[in-house]
Ligand binder design. Structure first.
Ligand SMILES: N=CN[C@@H](CCC(=O)O)C(=O)O
Ligand SMILES: [Zn+2]
Length: 409
């Protein structure tokens, strides 16, 4: 798996995995130093390694460490009660409008202190690692006040510092309009712009700035204001776009120069075309369509239109309570018309592009960080063929084996 570091893979290049049969990697100081045929690499480097420093992956598949470019990792609590309500017919938006949904997780997250939030989020992060993920993006957005948004971002930073998985942070103060400000949303938009964004930027707590642009949440105009304001502070725009209804989120992503537009279940053809032209990565989240029993994003159309597609879990307690990118790969193939090759590109190099880290990770190439996942499967097709299983055998992060035999070391 090499190539597409300068720009994300689109169209046919999404299928080009550059598989090496009987391959090997040599790692030094946390970086990939050589990759190629086992016969060559072994002859050249084996003498410099003790037997403990060698990993025999015969019969298995190595990929770059998986990258999850859209998660709501840092939050408190769960919402299985809402799941039961939806199964009886209530919709996601009805539950949110009645004060549940994102508001319910906001209450729980505000109530949790830093340590509690850290512990709950760390458990999920360990699970991500066990499922082969070595880098992920984590959003705030369950604080909705300066104090609690900062708390979420500080927990994310601490996890990045203490945990082997790398976190890339996104500020998402514009995730919902707090219930108390329902009748005056502009006030809240002003607070996000004037109070929160400058403080997040001052403390350097996020790389990206995301908005839930959806009818009943933030309008396209409010979203644009928030994203443009973030740009002035160096925060790169991202958008939760066209998830529930067509709402010109994809068009907005292209016009504000967003790095990615995410969801896109209801994106218009024009919006998709604009994204392709502007080079906005489309991050598709089929776990959300699955869990909300909604129509899936039209990945086939989106890829054929020239948009670079990445896949993500959207891990969150309301619309996608999973940490399994493998399951997302299955859904990508079975529900969105993607190929087994495309879903691998979408969870590695294209996912890296969606969060601006393709120079360091996302492919198995000399000079990149030695983040490698070894799956106990005989070929890569099996990864999106057998579903509901965790095939991860070994995870190497920056050269260190952290998961061995499917267990945290
Ligand atoms: N759609 C908005 N945000 C999340 C869901 C958050 C929640 O329900 O807690 C998403 O990406 O699906
Ligand atoms: Zn999300």
């Amino acid at each position: 798996m090499e190539g597409n570091t300068d720009r994300p893979a689109t169209k046919a290049s999404m299928s080009d995995l550059h598989v090496i049969e009987n391959g090997a990697l040599y790692i030094e100081n946390g970086k990939i130093v050589a990759v190629g045929a086992d016969s060559e690499i072994t002859a050249r480097y084996q003498h410099s390694l003790s037997s403990e420093q060698q990993i025999d992956a015969s019969g298995k598949v190595l990929t770059p460490g998986l990258i999850d470019p859209h998660t709501h990792l840092v939050h408190a609590g769960t919402r299985e009660n809402e799941y039961a309500m939806r199964l009886k017919g209530q919709t996601y938006m009805e539950i949110m409008e009645a004060g549940g949904g994102i508001h319910a997780t906001t209450r729980a997250t505000q109530k949790a202190n830093h340590e509690e939030l850290y512990e709950q989020s760390k458990k999920r992060l360990d699970q991500f690692l066990l499922h082969g993920v070595t880098t992920l993006e984590a959003k705030s957005g369950y604080g909705l006040t300066l104090e609690h948004e900062m708390k979420q971002l500080e927990v994310a930073r601490q996890l990045h510092d203490n945990h082997p998985v790398d976190l890339v942070s996104t500020f998402m103060g514009a995730h919902a309009i707090p219930i108390a400000e329902k009748d005056n949303p502009e006030n809240f938009v002003d607070r996000v712009i004037q109070e929160m964004i400058p403080e997040v930027a001052k403390k350097n707590l996020a790389t990206f700035n995301d908005v839930f642009c959806e009818r009943g949440v933030f309008t396209p105009d409010q979203s644009r204001r928030i994203l443009e304001a973030g740009k002035e502070y160096g925060l790169i725009p991202k958008i939760h776009a066209d998830e529930i209804e067509p709402y010109t989120g994809a068009e907005l992503a292209a016009s504000v120069g967003a790095i990615s537009a995410d969801h896109l279940l209801k994106a218009s053809e024009q919006g998709i075309k604009n994204m392709a032209e502007a080079g906005v990565v489309g991050v598709l989240l089929p776990g959300t369509a699955f869990f909300l029993m909604a129509e899936f994003a039209q990945a086939r159309k989106i890829i054929d239109a020239g948009v670079a597609v990445a896949l993500s879990t959207d891990a969150n307690p309301g619309s996608s309570p999973t940490i399994s990118l493998s399951f997302i790969m299955n859904l990508g193939c079975l529900k969105m018309g993607m190929t087994p090759e495309e879903v691998l590109t979408a969870t590695t190099i294209n996912a890296a592009h969606a969060i601006g880290c393709a120079n360091d990770v996302g492919s198995l190439e000399v000079g990149k960080k030695a983040d490698v996942t070894i799956f106990n499967v005989p070929n890569y097709l099996t990864l999106s063929y057998q579903y509901g299983m965790n095939h991860v055998d070994t995870v190497i992060k920056a050269g260190k084996p952290l998961v061995v035999g499917g267990q945290l070391k």
